[in-house]
Design a protein around this ligand. Structure first.
Ligand code: PHE
Length: 462
């Protein structure tokens, strides 16, 4: 049955469209709120070099592995692995990926909702950039996330936007929207980077970000770079495999992975160029994650462009708009994973499958959002629901899924299938595909295992 449905499936209409959609999945919080600060604190350009190496030897081979499974099977991720193996473990790797994607979606949408809320706040001058009261930004954020209604409403709005895109399908929904949003994201990135370079702290900020300091590089830094590459490229959450199932036969998988990796790394470096010159124009200490983008940056925008408040206002609005776009395109890719699964495995019409995913996500995301406020006292293993989803997905499910995918594609999957996918059916395997296979077999599983053990605190090297 899956075959019949599979053969009726649409593909992406253009190569640009599929690269932009996959890059849209990859570009997200990892690039904007984690990469710049990790880089600044870990040896600047030295870390960037190591990060790029991790993308090349770990991220891209795994991405190509997921592409190969998805495009070969031409069906949703759960079904794809079932088609390729009857073994009890390997046949379930896809189901696990679909579950991981859905799981991440439930808390990631909450953060996207915050970005939407901050976009509205910046538009309404609630950060006092254009004059008027300047709030205590830390307080502003704590009160916002603990509010029982507002963040939930913003999260719902974001999930519904994603719903209406997903329901339109691959070509008219995902592809069309990516072709508009991603170029818009690049334009905003450029405008913000140029504005930031005109702030007084530009030289100091760029030095902090780029000055290579190899003494900061330890084995732990390398592990952090590997973990960052893994998360930033959206691996092991079903997104990449699902999107690849819509790739046409003549799409070059290695070339596509390379382009996606390039765009993702470019955006991450640009985010650093935007953030640090502005931060160094103020006396605000940058932290990473939510406290960077929702607590430090509003103050930075307010102070760094002190002489021209209108510019600070514009930059803040554009920055949160950028964050909304970056997270929305990631949410869309997550939304598609369980939607394709429900539509194909249970033969639901696409609108119904999308609606089920939307409804379940809204329900769970509401609890995740409330766990930052009214439900904060409800804790499992010392964590509220939001932190629990973040921890379990990031530290356990993603590395475990990635490990299984690398083992499966590197060691179990029929070599002819893999070679066929990597070379688009050509008889002679070019050198790059041989490198990919070697890395997948001998390096990637081992590296992911290390990331997993270090993330769990089971093993730590100073
Ligand atoms: N690659 C994304 C990022 O950098 C991670 C992600 C993708 C998370 C898709 C959720 C959904 O933020």
């Amino acid at each position: 049955m899956a075959k019949i449905i599979g053969s009726e499936r649409p593909d992406f209409a253009t190569k640009v469209g599929l690269v932009l959609a996959t890059a849209g999945s990859a570009v997200g919080l990892g690039n904007i709120w984690r990469f710049p600060v990790t880089t600044g604190n870990n040896g600047g350009a030295a870390f960037i070099l190591i990060y790029v190496a991790c993308v090349l030897v770990l991220g891209l081979p795994l991405m190509v592995a997921e592409f190969s499974v998805g495009r070969h099977a031409h069906t949703n991720t759960a079904q794809a692995y079932k088609q390729l193996s009857r073994h009890w473990l390997w046949s379930r790797v896809g189901q696990f990926g679909v579950f991981t994607g859905w799981f991440i979606m439930c808390y990631y949408t909450v953060v996207s909702g915050w970005a939407l809320g901050y976009l509205v706040d910046s538009l309404c001058n609630r950060f006092g950039i254009l004059g008027g009261d300047i709030p205590d930004y830390k307080n502003h954020f704590s009160r916002f996330v603990a509010n029982p209604y507002l963040p939930v409403l913003y999260t719902c709005a974001l999930v519904l936007i994603s719903h209406f895109i997903i329901v339109r399908g691959v070509k008219r929904g995902i592809e069309r929207v990516s072709k508009v949003l991603m170029p818009l994201l690049f334009i905003i990135l450029l405008i913000l980077a140029v504005s930031s370079l005109f702030t007084p702290g530009a030289r100091e900020g760029l030095t902090f970000l780029f000055r290579p300091d190899f003494t900061k590089i330890t084995f732990q830094t390398v592990l952090d770079a590997m973990g960052q590459a893994f998360y930033s490229l959206s691996l092991a959450m079903g997104c990449v495999c699902t999107y690849a199932s819509y790739f046409s036969k003549d799409t070059h998988l290695i070339g596509t992975a390379f382009k996606v990796g390039l765009i993702d790394s470019f955006v991450a470096v640009m985010a650093g160029i935007i953030i640090f010159p502005a931060v160094f124009s103020t006396n605000i200490q940058p932290d990473e994650g939510a406290s960077l983008v929702f607590i430090a940056l509003p103050g930075v925008f307010q102070q760094a462009f002190g002489l021209v408040p209108a510019l600070g206002y514009l930059v803040s609005v554009l920055f949160y708009f950028l964050l909304v776009i970056a997270t929305l395109t990631s949410v869309i890719s997550l939304h598609e994973v369980p939607t394709a699964y429900l539509a194909e495995n249970y033969r639901l019409p696409r609108p119904k499958a999308t609606a089920v995913v939307t409804a379940v996500c809204l329900l769970v995301a509401t609890f995740c959002s409330l766990s930052m406020g009214p439900l904060d006292r409800f804790r499992i293993a010392g964590r509220n629901l939001f932190d629990l989803f973040d921890f379990v997905s990031g530290q356990i499910m993603l590395p475990l899924g990635g490990f299984l995918i690398a083992l499966f594609v590197g060691w179990i999957l029929d070599r002819r299938i893999l070679r066929n996918q990597l070379t688009n059916g050509a008889t002679a395997a070019p050198r790059t595909s041989r490198y990919v296979i070697i890395l997948l077999r001998y390096f990637v599983p081992f590296a992911i295992l290390l990331i997993f053990l270090s993330g769990m605190g089971i093993f730590h090297i100073v």
